[in-house]
Design a binder for this molecule. Structure first.
Ligand code: FEO
Length: 394
């Protein structure tokens, strides 16, 4: 990997991971990812912003050596998760005089996760600054932009925000800067859904704060650098807002075809009422795509057969994920077919305790769908349309 210069004296020194396909052993990475670290040369001091995943530690060190970096004064750690901090121990071996600059919570986590010696830290608070001579770093604490210790770093003179996980996305590309804004938007939306959506309430305030800064670039720790910050700031303002869209998503499983038929009938009934619908067969769905689809819709309808006495286990998994991702949807319902009873609806309703949704009367049937099922699904489509009309989104 080769380092590249973002602006005079500011270098990308990170690593691209084209082959990685899973993050946190959970999140699919169809486009790989990058671990961005940045070197800033000031007239008096040199700072490294974040490090890289330990699997790529030699790439970071090699980039620094090739740039002739013989001294690092400060290593700024914006986030303790190991894809950004994991190479810190090696950096401190190569540059033993470097001071690690971060907030107190991040220091505590780095000490626990990497056994970094406490004497290597300089603790900063929200709004603190650090001079590199002709350049000034300013720190903003942004707890829960993934973990509770997260922060971002603003380089005042160059108007660059080093935002770590916030405003980034998983994409390995040889382009230093975003070149395809439409593709970047889609990847960023998926990333927002997977990582940031549970903290929507906090992130609203961070977006406003960042919008108030003079900004030439946002340099995140995943994905290419953004030279048109409005692209991501406007997208985030939309995603974190309370506004929902006239959309229904239907994650479902069907074992013998009955639930599938019901999903198809409901899909048609909703389309006929002018509502955007996206069914997701959970046996084939990329869970990241499902998360992304949860960002906007007003309503989620879960389709499930019963297995033993409750919902299908893959529906349980998807419902658990949807609950912890805390989408802003307002309504939920359940449809499906059972053989000898069961508690699918009760189980699913109980699992949605983090999502403030109103449950619209479900449609659960025994065996094959019939005419009564069609009527019941039409009633459900009518109910959904009525609820959406009350929100003025149709
Ligand atoms: Fe990219 Fe939360 O780590």
């Amino acid at each position: 990997m080769v380092s590249r210069e973002l602006a005079h004296g500011i270098f990308w020194v990170g690593a691209l991971d084209f082959d990685r396909r899973l993050f946190d052993e959970l999140i699919p990475l169809p486009e790989g990812t990058s671990y961005n670290a940045y070197l800033i040369r000031g007239s008096e001091k040199t700072a490294l912003i974040d490090t890289v995943d330990p699997s790529k530690e030699f790439e970071l060190v090699s980039n620094l050596v090739k740039l002739g970096v013989d001294r690092i004064d400060y290593v700024i750690i914006n986030h303790a998760e190991q894809d950004h901090s994991g190479t810190l121990p090696m950096i401190l071996e190569f540059y033993p005089d470097a001071v690690v600059v971060t907030n107190e919570k991040c220091r505590d986590l780095l000490t626990a996760l990497l056994h970094c010696p406490p004497e290597t830290f300089k603790i900063i608070r929200d709004g603190d600054t650090l001079s590199l001579g002709d350049r000034t770093l300013e720190f903003f604490l942004t707890p829960w932009t993934h973990w509770p210790e997260t922060q971002v770093t603003y380089l005042r003179e160059d108007q660059i925000l080093f935002s770590c996980d916030l405003f980034g996305f998983h994409m390995a590309t040889s382009d230093l800067f975003i070149t395809d804004e439409a593709a970047a938007y889609q990847s960023a939306k998926r990333y927002y859904a997977e990582i940031m959506m549970p903290f929507r309430g906090s992130i609203k305030g961070y977006v406003e704060r960042v919008k108030g800064l003079p900004l030439s670039m946002i340099a995140p720790s995943h994905g290419p650098v953004n030279r048109r910050p409005a692209l991501i700031l406007d997208a985030y303002a939309d995603w974190v807002s309370d506004a929902v869209k006239n959309e229904v998503i239907i994650p479902y499983i069907s074992m013998h075809g009955s639930t599938q038929k019901m999903v198809e009938q409901l899909t048609d009934a909703l389309i006929a009422r002018g509502i955007t619908v996206r069914p997701f067969n959970l046996t084939r769905t990329d869970i990241g795509e499902l998360a992304k689809a949860l960002v906007d819709p007003a309503t989620v309808v879960i389709g499930t057969p019963t297995v033993l006495f409750g919902p299908h286990p893959q529906v349980v998994y998807a419902t658990y994920l949807a609950n912890v991702l805390k989408p802003k949807c307002r309504f939920a319902s359940v449809i499906g077919s059972y053989g000898w009873g069961g508690k699918a609806v009760e189980t699913i309703a109980k699992m949605l305790d983090h999502v403030k949704v109103e449950l619209i009367e479900p449609v659960m049937i025994k065996g094959l769908p019939d005419e009564a099922t069609t009527k019941a699904l039409d009633r459900l489509a009518d109910d959904i349309l009525k609820k959406h009309k009350e929100l003025n989104i149709t």
